[in-house]
Design a protein around this ligand. Structure first.
Ligand SMILES: Cc1cc2nc3c(=O)[nH]c(=O)nc-3n(C[C@H](O)[C@H](O)[C@H](O)COP(=O)(O)OP(=O)(O)OC[C@H]3O[C@@H](n4cnc5c(N)ncnc54)[C@H](O)[C@@H]3O)c2cc1C
Length: 402
């Protein structure tokens, strides 16, 4: 049995950030178990057709927290990154408009603008109607029937490939109501109503590498504590052991809870909660044609297209050509001869009962000194910078932070 104080499962951004926080505090009794032969998780990159391609999908650094910025740039300095103002679009098949939709209705033909204005004026949220619980009803209530039917419903159906009513609406609560007055004003003025985009208004991308580079640097900084090609299959909560071979005083789990073959020491309620955790898988496929666009990425709600998003890498990755697509695995043809990467665990699904399920799992595990961390450990749509922040916060709880 190999025993350490902290046993970390998974070398994605969450596990790597936590390990580096330990190291920075002078703690050396830790091990990171990673099932793949390389660190970085969903943020990894590969060289495809002579340039980096992010195998987990389009990854960009948009950090607002100064502590996280300093931490990330201490592994890949700011001068090694390009900074871009985001250009992203929605391709409706018969028209292409800037993102976000509600802010750029003025770019559509006039008759379409009128239909949108009518629909927005009748949106449930603007009429004071009660908020629906079901996602498929919530979308038109929030954005109007026309944005719902032309974009949000088909896009979400493609992206999730599941009954949309299994998805809750609690994670979208902060989305502002679409305003009839603002939309009308933007159509009259022919300009956007928002000053900046909701997310990734500007972002960083490495100059010479893919997004995976910074995480490889983090892994290198703790290389003596890393064990690759080792899947944590058996987790014993009471003994705090993994695969009957690695023991931790504390276990930090960043792997999907559902990825273990066995979890010993978990009660019935824990195992029942595990069954409720859902996820979707994403396929990244490379195309070598360079498209004539200045967009960094474009969303495609059209049902006839396999993918829901295209990333034009030649517009953000120096010295590259071509583009890659993101598709739900249920829609993707992975045998068409194009280079492709399947990410089994891509999106945790915010199902209606997820919050209670993950809260129970985290609470029960913590009683046994096993902590869930990151996108899968906490089953949340965290971006990589947020997982770094969460790792810092957890390290602080152990007295291992600044
Ligand atoms: C399509 C897409 C686009 C995204 N775009 C962005 C973006 O633009 N910007 C951004 O900041 N974030 C983005 N994200 C989110 C980002 O990928 C995550 O925030 C980040 O990867 C989470 O890090 P993590 O360590 O929590 O999980 P992961 O990256 O999933 O890492 C988990 C690690 O655990 C390992 N592992 C899994 N199971 C086991 C096991 N049983 N035993 C041992 N090891 C195991 C995995 O191999 C992996 O290395 C995007 C995600 C997706 C899917």
């Amino acid at each position: 049995m190999e025993s350490v104080k902290y046993l970390i499962i998974g070398a994605g951004p969450a596990g790597l950030a936590f390990a580096n926080m330990l190291k920075a505090s002078g703690e050396d009794s830790f091990l990171v178990l990673e099932k793949e032969s390389e660190a970085g998780g969903l943020c990894r990159s590969s060289i495809v057709d002579g340039a980096p391609l992010d195998t987990g999908g389009g990854h960009f650094l948009d950090v607002r927290d100064p502590e996280v910025v300093n931490f990330v740039f201490s592994f890949l300095p700011e001068e090694e990154w390009d900074r871009y103002d985001r250009i992203s679009r929605i391709d409706l098949g018969n028209a292409v408009i800037d993102y976000p939709f509600e802010s750029n209705i003025w770019q559509l033909p006039e008759d379409e603008q009128v239909k949108h204005l009518v629909a927005i004026s009748r949106a449930g949220c603007n009429l004071g109607k009660e908020k629906p619980e079901l996602f498929s009803k919530w979308i038109p209530w929030k954005l109007g029937e026309k944005i719902a039917s032309d974009y949000m419903l088909p896009y979400n159906s493609k992206m999730w490939c599941m009954d949309l009513d299994e998805i809750g609406t609690y994670w979208l609560e902060k989305l502002p109501d679409v305003s009839f007055e603002d939309t009308l004003l933007s159509c009259i003025r022919h300009s956007s109503i928002y000053e900046s985009l909701p997310g990734h208004a500007s972002f960083y991308y490495p100059k010479k590498h893919g997004y995976g580079k910074v995480w490889l640097e983090m892994a290198d900084a703790v290389k003596d504590n890393m064990i690759y090609d080792t899947k944590a299959s058996e987790l014993d909560l009471d003994g705090r052991t993994v695969n009957g071979h690695y023991k931790g005083e504390y276990i930090i789990n960043t792997a999907p809870w559902t990825d273990f073959d066995h979890i010993d020491g978990a009660g019935e309620a824990f195992m029942a909660a595990l069954q409720k955790l859902k996820f979707t898988s994403v396929v990244i496929k490379y195309y070598d044609e360079t498209v004539d666009t200045d967009s960094h990425w474009t969303y495609f709600p059209e049902e006839s297209k396999e993918y829901h998003r295209i990333l034009y890498r030649s517009n953000f990755c120096r010295g590259s050509k071509g583009y890659w697509t993101e598709s739900n695995v249920k829609r993707a043809d992975i045998n068409d001869g194009r280079p492709c990467f399947v990410n089994e665990y891509a999106y945790p699904v915010n199902t209606t009962d997820k919050r209670q399920a993950i809260a129970l799992i985290l609470e029960e595990a913590e009683k046994k000194n096993v902590y869930g961390l990151g996108r899968w450990g906490q089953w949340e749509h965290f971006n990589s910078d947020v997982t770094v922040k969460k790792a810092m916060q957890l390290a602080l709880r152990f007295g291992k932070g600044n």
